[in-house]
Every structure is written in structure tokens, then in C-alpha cells.
Design a protein. Structure first.
Length: 141
């Protein structure tokens, strides 16, 4: 399957998720905090003027951006993550694992809208998730 086909599939997945779920911020953050309950304190600590919801929304927006544009512009996403992952780790004390799992928690929520019998969509979405996880692991080194 070529890149254009993968981009079309990702767009279809994201459109369906938007129709079915609306804003994915709340379910994604709930999913994330189930995995990493201690991360809530980091969000609280790093939010401006105590506006944790705004920071959460921004981080989900960044996660969606990576998911939306990975196949279209992998070099852009790679540059973004290679800068952002070490910065979050060294300056903000947000581990690469937390960073990676936030993107994956968002991807997991979106994946719930993919029909289980749609093997093509599932395969593309899993490839996307794995690529981003690998990239973040690489950026952390």
C-alpha cells in the first residue's frame, strides 16, 4: 500500500472518530491517567495559572497532529519529536515513556471507532502507532 492510500485511510479513521466521539481530549486523558495516574501532578505543575485542561487540550492536539500527519510528512514529525521529547524529559521531567503513552492513549481511543472487521484500517492504524512509538524511543536516546 502506498503513502497516499495510507493517508486516505488515516483521514477516514479520524473523520469517523470525530463523528462518533467528538472531542477526544477527555476520553484520551482519562485513558492516559488510568495508565499513569502520577502524570496528573505533572500536568498540574506545568499548566499556566492552574489551567490544567488547557494544557491537556494542547497535548492532545499535538498527539493528533502527529497521528494526522505522520504518513504525509514524516520528516516534519520526526524533527518535532526529536526536539520535543528530550526537552520534555530534561527540562520538564516528563519521561519519554509518558510522552509516548499520551500519543498512544489518544490513538487507542480513536482505534475504538475502527470496525473490528476492517483489517486494512486496523493494520494502517497499528503501523502508525508503532512508527510513532519507535520514533519517540529513538528521540529519547
Amino acid at each position: 500500500m502506498d503513502t497516499a492510500e495510507k493517508m486516505e485511510i488515516v483521514e477516514k479513521i479520524l473523520s469517523r472518530a470525530a463523528d462518533q466521539l467528538g472531542d477526544v481530549t477527555t476520553p484520551s486523558m482519562e485513558n492516559y491517567y488510568r495508565r499513569f495516574p502520577d502524570a496528573g501532578a505533572a500536568f498540574e505543575n506545568h499548566s499556566r495559572h492552574g489551567d490544567r485542561a488547557q494544557l491537556e487540550g494542547l497535548m492532545i492536539e499535538n498527539s493528533l497532529y502527529c497521528l494526522m500527519y505522520w504518513f504525509e510528512s514524516p520528516s516534519e514529525i520526526k524533527i518535532m519529536l526529536e526536539d520535543s521529547v528530550p526537552h520534555h524529559d530534561e527540562t520538564l521531567h516528563v519521561t519519554p515513556e509518558w510522552y509516548k503513552e499520551l500519543i498512544d492513549a489518544t490513538a487507542e481511543v480513536i482505534a475504538t471507532t475502527i470496525p473490528r472487521e476492517n483489517n486494512q484500517e486496523l493494520a494502517v492504524w497499528n503501523e502508525l502507532r508503532n512508527d510513532l512509538r519507535t520514533l519517540i524511543d529513538s528521540a529519547a536516546k
